[in-house]
Design a protein around this ligand. Structure first.
Ligand code: G3P
Ligand code: MG
Length: 262
């Protein structure tokens, strides 16, 4: 896999959890909904089954988005494949299964969809999750011109990704104001940038991150006006649930423009 610099190589609009409001989040149905709406980049959450298979799933536990109960960590892939991950959303999606990362790699590459892979993990499995999922991403996207962007809230996960696949582009996810020493943290982890909760983003924050030569992705931005403002300020991309309100055709190329002056 070729080395990726701190330049943004991906689209400016990213569908959150697939298109996880129009269809059940983190399923192939959600990826199809995003693609049908014109999205060419998708964010999704990946974690390990008990038998260490990477699958798309957000929570530690099954009950919110499936008909199962208990911890994902305690279930093998075979056990998860017996559950329904669509009926909780709406009857239309009853019978939707849990996708493996392998199936999603095949689907996204066949449809020219870029990926932001967020690694989730229980606290006990962070290093293992980073290592196994990084290795899988490297294998599954081998030879692809623009590799997935890997992100995580967990420093331990990002350390494992760095140690396993240093060439894989990665970003630090933050749900807090920009902490003191953030540049040092990115350097330590070899991250190209920050994926920051929109509630902590101002024009000054965008300027600070871009001036340091890092990338900035805002999440989760559901107002079309706010999305346009963030891209005008120079944010490289926004992650959104508002698939039916924010049209990628309207914002195409925005991230390539020079940031607007303050
Ligand atoms: O990657 C941005 C966003 O997905 C982080 O929050 O909880 O939706 O995974 P969450
Ligand atoms: Mg996520």
């Amino acid at each position: 896999m070729k080395k990726v610099t701190n330049n943004w190589h991906w689209p400016a609009l990213i569908a959150h959890r697939g298109a996880g409001t129009l269809a059940p989040e983190n399923t192939l149905a959600a990826l199809r909904a995003g693609h049908d709406a014109g999205y060419r980049m998708v964010e999704f959450d990946v974690r390990l089954t008990r038998d260490a298979v990477p699958v798309l799933f957000h929570d530690d536990t099954l009950q919110r988005t499936s008909n199962g109960t208990g911890n994902v960590d305690d279930c093998t892939l075979e056990q998860l494949q017996a559950l329904d991950f669509g009926a909780w959303h709406s009857p239309l999606f009853a019978g939707e299964g849990i996708p493996t990362l392998e199936a999603v790699a095949a689907y996204t590459q066949a449809n020219q969809i870029h990926c932001n892979i967020e690694i989730k993990s229980s606290s006990a499995r962070q290093y293992e999750s980073g290592r196994v999922i990084a290795h899988a991403v490297s294998e599954l996207w081998n030879g692809v011109a623009t590799p997935p962007l890997v992100s995580s809230f967990s420093r331990t996960v990002l350390e494992a990704v760095r140690d396993t696949t240093p060439e894989l582009p990665r970003a630090l996810l933050l749900d807090t104001p920009l902490p003191t020493g953030w540049k040092h943290r990115l350097d330590e982890l070899g991250c190209m940038g920050i994926n920051l909760n929109d509630r902590h983003i101002s024009h000054a924050v965008v300027d600070e991150i871009l001036a340091a030569g890092h990338t900035l992705v805002a999440w989760t931005v559901n107002s079309p006006v706010r999305a346009r403002t963030l891209l005008d300020w120079g944010c490289h991309a926004v992650v959104t649930d508002a698939i039916d309100q924010i049209n990628p055709a309207d914002t195409a190329g925005q991230a390539k423009r020079s940031p607007s002056p303050r």
